[in-house]
Design a protein around this ligand. Structure first.
Ligand code: URA
Length: 236
């Protein structure tokens, strides 16, 4: 539910204050009923609002959300192999698209938006937005191997940019490593570990820039809050 004057402003009718004036001038109808009450609330998904008899619709409002992607989903809108897509987990009317890719078997933070400029900023390496991953790898990893990852390794014929790599935990069979990169080459994390002879058995993205997955449950999504959106808009 939102206030009628805000909805009208979102539709580009005028400022909220001027919309109030328009409302008191008996020029606004909600579902054909004349409304001249300030503070009237509408359901923006179902109600039809007219001003001077013309239906108004929101200007392409930008929508930003995060999903905790589970493994077993592709991050495309449609899959040619008929696998499940992340879109099946998001039940909203607006058309949003995944920002970048996560592999079928990778889980964690996936942003979705209808803001194409924002998608460009978040995925183009020149903006250097960091992406933090937690990788579980088979066997051990030495400090010098971590340094190799930090300094950059050659994947697909090109050296990766400096990264941060930190050993989080070591068990008999596996290690948990936090890797922070700011590029987004295809399968970059798995390939980086491959160059030092390690196999990634589990991969999760936990952060993109200042946006953190936090405690969002696997398979759940939420809208970004104002602070997170302000951060995204500040990326230059
Ligand atoms: N790097 C990978 O190898 N896979 C992902 O899904 C993301 C980054």
């Amino acid at each position: 539910m939102i206030r009628l004057n805000k909805y009208m402003a979102d539709c580009g009718v005028d400022s909220r204050r001027n919309c109030d004036k328009i409302i008191t001038e008996n020029r606004v109808r909600v579902n054909r009923k004349l409304i001249n009450e300030l503070g009237f609330m509408i359901n923006e998904d179902n109600d039809t609002v007219t001003v001077d008899g013309k239906k108004i619709t929101p200007k392409n409002k930008n929508v930003y959300l995060m999903l905790h992607k589970p493994k077993g989903y592709v991050t495309t809108v449609k899959d040619d192999k008929d696998r499940k897509t992340v879109m099946e987990l998001i039940d909203i009317k607006s058309r949003v698209y995944p920002v970048g890719r996560l592999d079928y078997d990778t889980e964690g933070l996936l942003l979705l938006t209808n803001d194409g400029d924002m998608t460009y900023k978040l995925t183009h390496p020149k903006y250097e937005v960091t992406k933090k991953y937690i990788a579980r790898i088979e066997g051990e990893i030495s400090e010098s191997e971590l340094t190799t990852l930090r300094n950059g390794v050659i994947i697909d014929g090109k050296k990766t940019a400096p990264a941060k790599a930190k050993l989080l935990e070591k068990t008999d069979k596996e290690c948990r490593v936090e890797l922070t990169i700011h590029e987004g080459k295809n399968h970059q994390v798995k390939k980086m570990f491959e160059t030092i002879g390690k196999t990634v058995v589990f991969l999760k993205r936990t952060e993109m820039g200042d946006i953190r997955l936090g405690g969002l449950a696997r398979g759940q999504w939420r809208y970004l809050n104002d602070k997170e959106i302000d951060y995204l808009k500040s990326i230059k």
